[in-house]
Ligand binder design. Structure first.
Ligand code: ADP
Ligand code: MG
Length: 335
């Protein structure tokens, strides 16, 4: 049986349904990510699990127990939020020790646990400093240490890295994942950033307007989006409706639309005759570098198709170059 389970969970604010019949299971020791655009209900779902919000209907189970009506402080849940929520008048050490002191843990045990966790999150040098003396990344490490030192049953992380600059954010993603795996913590991570979700998660639950749109391993969501929304949110898919496909390459597709990823498109200066591929003539509109990838915007009629190419030794295509795109039919997803 799964460790966390939401059963037919609904949450209304006034008349507005914010969570619509959520059914979700999370396994012990895994990191599950709630991914979705701002306002889709991610934080509300976390708050229902933590007991900071009452549910309108449905049930929440943790470790085999119905906790729907259990007092928040008796649920055994640790939280880290986007905004740094450390006590400003306490040092890093004191902040981390706080939860254990409340529980009247033995002084020597507190010292040992605090020391251990400070080592794990890499704050040995900052142990005696106050939050105002720390960078944003260090504050979030301290907040993480404070949440996990009490060994909660579940760790909830609500966009903990959103306020942190891109480069540092990436190293913290890897760091949080390492700590979660090393200690075997069951965690729910919330983000609106698909790349962050891909890096962090055992399983991604993609939410949209208060319901679960698709759940699966990162690679499954990336390669097998089940709906147009998933294709538009994950993997930068090109998404074209059937009449557009007919117009730009004469192909009749039997589904409402077709989706294909920019990196699976082949570009050539001559037409490629291949019955297993769609061939679309177009013109380079512009290109933008993304790290080691060059992303071309290609105009096919008045439809733009994005194409990713590795920076290679060949001269890149230039604006107004007339080219041909070929996409293997097997690489397309029909939605
Ligand atoms: P997310 O975390 O995915 O950005 P939230 O769970 O915070 O989304 O919010 C989901 C929806 O619920 C939003 O439309 C938001 O405006 C609404 N909402 C959240 N909290 C309240 C509240 N206390 N009262 C009324 N509406 C709320
Ligand atoms: Mg939120």
């Amino acid at each position: 049986m799964s460790y966390i389970r939401f059963e037919n969970l609904c949450k209304n604010y006034d008349q507005k349904a914010v969570l619509k019949d959520i059914n979700l299971e999370i396994e012990k020791g895994t990191l599950a990510t709630l991914l979705g655009p701002s306002g889709c209900g991610k934080s509300t779902l976390l708050r229902c699990l933590a007991g900071l919000e009452t549910v309108t209907s449905g049930k929440v189970f943790l470790d085999g127990k119905d906790i729907t009506d259990v007092n928040p402080k008796d649920r055994g849940i640790g939280m880290v939020f986007q905004q740094y929520s450390l006590f400003p008048n306490m040092t890093v050490e004191q902040n981390i020790a706080f939860g254990l002191k409340i529980k009247k843990t033995d002084k020597k045990v507190i010292q040992e646990k605090v020391n251990d966790i400070i080592g794990i999150v890499g704050l040995k040098e900052q142990a005696r400093q106050y939050p105002s003396q720390l960078s944003g990344g260090q504050q979030q490490r301290a907040a993480l240490a404070r949440a996990i030192v009490t060994e909660p049953k579940v760790l909830l992380l609500d966009e903990p890295l959103s306020a942190i600059a891109a480069l540092l954010r990436h190293s913290l993603q890897i760091e949080i994942r390492r700590i979660q795996q090393e200690l075997g913590i069951t965690a729910i991570f919330v983000t609106h950033d698909q790349d962050e979700a891909m890096v962090m998660s055992d399983v991604i639950h993609l939410m949209y307007q208060g319901h679960m749109e698709q759940s699966g391993r990162p690679i499954e969501l990336y390669t097998k989006p089940a709906t147009k929304f998933v294709a538009s949110f994950i993997g930068h898919y090109n998404l074209l409706d059937a009449p557009v496909m007919k117009k730009i390459c004469g192909a009749d597709i039997s589904s409402e639309s077709i989706a294909f990823r920019p990196e699976l498109i082949h570009v050539s200066t001559e037409p490629v005759e291949d019955p297993d591929s769609y061939m679309i003539p177009g013109e380079i509109a512009f290109s933008l570098p993304h790290g080691n990838i060059l992303r071309y915007a290609v105009l096919c009629g008045d439809t733009q198709i994005d194409v990713d190419a590795l920076f290679g030794t060949e001269a890149p295509y230039c604006r107004s170059d007339r080219i041909f795109l070929s996409i293997r039919k097997d690489d397309c997803i029909y939605l």
